[in-house]
Design a protein around this ligand. Structure first.
Ligand code: B12
Length: 253
C-alpha cells in the first residue's frame, strides 16, 4: 500500500519516504583531495539550491582532482500532471505491429539511408538503429521486412549521404551526431538540411537525426522532421517513419 497518494502536480524525488526529496549525485572538482575540497563540495551543493547536503564518499581521482558522492535534499517540485496532456507521450508500435502497419499503409519497401556525418567517428548510435543486431535485444531496421536499409557508417560527408539517398530513392535520411563540442552537431545537421533543400528534395524525404545531445525540439528547430536522444530503440524510429509515410501518402501534395 502506498503511504499516501502521490500529488502529480507537485512531484519531487523519492528515496526513503514519499516526498522526502532525497537525491544522490556525483561530480568531480578540479581541486586537491582535502578537507577544503569536501567543504567546497558542500558549498557548491547549497549554491545549486539543494538543502541538507552530505558528502557520503570522496576520494582522489588523480593528484589535483577529487570525486564526490553526495546526498542532498531537493525542495523543488515539478507539475507532472500538466506534462501528461494528450499528444505529449508517443505510443510506439512493436516490431510486428510495424510490419503489419507498413504492409497495410505503405505497401512497398521503405528505403532508408543513414550515417554518422562530418568528422564524427561515433558509429554505435547509427548501427544500433540500422544493423540487424540492433540495440538491447531490439532488431535494427535491417531486420524488418518493411525496410531496405543502407548504413554508410561514420565520418560520411553530408554530400555523400545525400548522393546515396538520391541514388537509391530514399524515403528517409537518418543522421547520427555524437560530438557536440563547439556545437559541431548543429553545424553538420544544418548543412545537410540546406543541401537537401538546395536539391529541391526536402518535401519528399523524411529527415531524422539522433544522438546523446539531440532532442526532438532541437531537430525541428534545425529543419528535421524528428530528433531522437538517449534511450531510443529502433522500433521508436521505425514507428515514426511508417506513421509519417502513411500520413504523407494520405495528404495530396
Ligand atoms: C565509444 C566512444 C568512442 C569511440 C567510438 C567508436 C565507434 N566506432 O563508434 C572512439 C574511441 C573512436 C571515440 C572517439 C572520440 N570521442 Co568518444 N566516446 C565514446 C563513448 C565511450 C561511447 C559512445 C557510444 O557508443 N554510446 C552508445 C550509443 C548506443 O549511444 P548513442 O550514440 O547516444 O546512441 C543512442 C541515442 O543517442 C540514439 N541515436 C544516436 N544516433 C542516432 C541516429 C538516429 C537516426 C536515431 C533515430 C537515434 C540515434 O539512439 C542510440 C541508442 O539509444 C562516449 C562516452 C559515453 N559513455 O557515452 C564518448 C564520447 C561520445 N566521445 C567523446 C569525444 C570527445 C571523443 C573524441 C573527440 C576524443 C578525442 N579527443 O579524440 C573522439 C572523436 C573523434 C571523432 N572525430 O569523432 C565525448 C563527446 C563530448 C561531446 N559532447 O562532444 C564523449 C561523450 C566522452 C566524454 N565524456 O568526453 N569515442
Amino acid at each position: 500500500m502506498p503511504e499516501r497518494e502521490v500529488d502529480l502536480t507537485r512531484v519531487r524525488p523519492y528515496a526513503d519516504h514519499l516526498g522526502d526529496g532525497l537525491v544522490q549525485m556525483s561530480f568531480t572538482l578540479p581541486v586537491p583531495y582535502s578537507l577544503a575540497a569536501r567543504r567546497a563540495a558542500l558549498e557548491l551543493a547549497s549554491a545549486m539550491g539543494f538543502e541538507e547536503p552530505e558528502v557520503v564518499h570522496y576520494e582522489q581521482l588523480t593528484p589535483g582532482y577529487t570525486y564526490f558522492v553526495m546526498y542532498v535534499r531537493c525542495a523543488a517540485t515539478v507539475d507532472f500532471a500538466s506534462l501528461q496532456e494528450e499528444g505529449f507521450d508517443i505510443e510506439y508500435l512493436s516490431e510486428d505491429e510495424i510490419e503489419t502497419f507498413a504492409a497495410e499503409h505503405v505497401r512497398r519497401p521503405i528505403v532508408v539511408v543513414g550515417a554518422s556525418t562530418g568528422s564524427d567517428t561515433h558509429s554505435v548510435g547509427i548501427d544500433a538503429m540500422l544493423n540487424l543486431k540492433g540495440y538491447h535485444g531490439h532488431h535494427g531496421l535491417e531486420g524488418y521486412r518493411a525496410f531496405e536499409t543502407y548504413n554508410l557508417g561514420s565520418q560520411v560527408p553530408n554530400a555523400a549521404l545525400l548522393a546515396k539517398a538520391i541514388e537509391v530513392g530514399a524515403d528517409a535520411i537518418l543522421v547520427s551526431q555524437t560530438v557536440t563540442q563547439q556545437n559541431l552537431h548543429v553545424q553538420n545537421l544544418t548543412e545537410l538540411v540546406e543541401m537537401v533543400e538546395a536539391e529541391g528534395r526536402r518535401r519528399e524525404v523524411i529527415l531524422a537525426c539522433g544522438g546523446p545531445r539531440v532532442t526532438n525540439e532541437l531537430a525541428k528547430e534545425l529543419g528535421y522532421d524528428a530528433g531522437f536522444s538517449k534511450g531510443t530503440y529502433p522500433h521508436h524510429l521505425a514507428s515514426f517513419i511508417v506513421r509519417e509515410l502513411a500520413a504523407r501518402a494520405a495528404v495530396p501534395r
